[in-house]
Each structure stands twice: as C-alpha cells, then as structure tokens.
Design a protein around this ligand. Structure first.
Ligand SMILES: [Zn+2]
Ligand SMILES: [Zn+2]
Length: 252
C-alpha cells in the first residue's frame, strides 16, 4: 500500500488508517498534523482562526462560516413544527471561536479540545442566547442539522417564557432543556445520523442536556405527539413553581 501522506510504500500487513478512499501509514497518522473536524491526516491543512486545522477533504464540504443557511432551515422548521415549535423567519447567526462558545456554556476548567468530537463532549457546537445562534466556524452538516434543531427548540421555549435561554439549575430548566435535546436526538435517529445520535445519547457530559433521559424513557412507551403534548401541558405549571416571575402566557 502507498501512504497518502508520506507517499512511501508499506507492507499490506502493517497497521494503517483509511478514510476518504486513501490510506495513511501508522507513523504518519500518529505523528502527522490532523484535521480539527475529522481527525484525519491531511496533505493540505489550513488553519481556521479560532478553531484549528482544516483538511482538504473537509474544506468546502462542511457547514462553514459565511455559508448561506437559509435553504437549510425550511426542512428543519417543518420537522420542529411536529413538536409544536415555531421557528422565526430569519434567525440571527453569529460564527464563533471555540473558546468563547465554550465559555458561554460552562465555566468548568476543561482541557483544550483537540478535535471537534472532543469539543462535543463538553459543549454544543451551536448555542442560543438572547436571540442569537452562536455557531462554531466549521462543523459537519449532520451535526449542524441536529444541533440547530436542539437550539431552535430552546429558542422557542425560552422565548415563550421570555428567558434568554434555558440554562439554569431548576427542575424547569432540566425539564425543558431535556425535551429540546431529545428532539435533536430524535432527528438524528430519524435521519440515520448514527454518529450524531450516539453523541447526543451521552454528551455533553456536564449536564447541558438536562433531563434528557426522562423524555427518552417516555418516548419508548408513548408516541412522539403524546410526548410533545405532555411537555406543552406540563411545562407552564413547572415554570410557575421554578421561576419566581414566570409568564403564564406560554403558547404551545
Ligand atoms: Zn506515511
Ligand atoms: Zn477533515
């Protein structure tokens, strides 16, 4: 076999890494510089400021800063409408470096994420606050779709209660955040985005996904419309208990 990175021939029985229809020898994979998004060794890595290296395989194929997102939104909005979530006509997006985006979500002292999936372990790549969707400068399209769904649901629910977002420690926050996360998880399953489904199942590790397990368990014995109806029917009473100044004007 011939290594894509060093161009040297190596015996077929030696360990190697393959992706994008090329093979990379083990020494190159372990020592070479790798792409922030896909972890693969590239031959034309370029630095994306505030993010990391991007390889020639990812360049132009991932959702990236400056892309028009308008055409991606209608199918996402129609998926969310089945859960009683409305999507505003022109959401505001802001591309972000990884450190500030992480800081919006957690104050925990975390090791610097070397790769995109390390980042997902602790934080969302899209995060809604105060009318703005803060987004990492690059992400795979499936990650964009499922995380946009989670955060548009967050925007809908927090908007209904006139909150900046759903971060918080009360039972209401855990309940509502878990429901939004569960919608994104369901989207990943419906779209056969297996990697994103597995990631949303266990991450983020610091509890941003609230009481996701509650909704996941409920969905095993009830239909999706029933789970959603239950959320809309119960969230106001919980908000009244948890939020001192809850607006009871929630419109599911
Ligand atoms: Zn090599
Ligand atoms: Zn890549």
């Amino acid at each position: 076999m011939i290594c894509y990175h060093c161009n040297k021939t190596f015996p077929d029985d030696q360990p190697y890494y393959n992706d994008y229809n090329v093979v990379v020898c083990k020494p190159c994979f372990l020592e070479g510089k790798r792409c922030f998004i896909c972890r693969f060794v590239g031959n034309d890595l370029r630095e994306v400021p505030g993010l990391g290296l991007e390889c020639e395989f990812c360049r132009g194929k991932v959702v990236a800063e400056g892309d028009s997102l308008a055409e991606s939104l209608p199918p996402i909005a129609s998926f969310l409408s089945a859960f009683g979530c409305r999507v505003e006509a022109a959401p505001r997006f802001q591309w972000s470096d990884r450190e500030p985006l992480l800081a919006l979500q957690t104050q925990a002292d975390l090791p610097r994420a070397e790769f995109f999936d390390d980042y997902l372990r602790h934080a969302y790549p899209i995060y809604y606050r105060d009318g703005v969707f803060h987004m990492l400068r690059r992400m795979p399209r499936p990650a964009f779709v499922v995380h946009m769904i989670v955060q548009l649901a967050v925007a809908h629910v927090s908007g209904a209660f006139r909150l900046p977002n759903l971060s918080g420690k009360t039972p209401f926050h855990a309940y509502a955040q878990g429901w939004c996360h569960w919608i994104g998880y369901g989207a990943a399953a419906a779209l056969n985005y297996d990697r994103e489904r597995r990631q949303l199942r266990k991450w983020p590790e610091l509890g941003l996904q609230g009481d996701f397990e509650r909704w996941e368990t409920m969905s095993k014995s009830q239909t999706t419309p029933k789970v959603s109806a239950h959320f809309h029917a119960t969230v106001v009473a919980l908000a009244r208990k948890s939020l001192m100044d809850a607006e009871p004007a929630y419109q599911p």
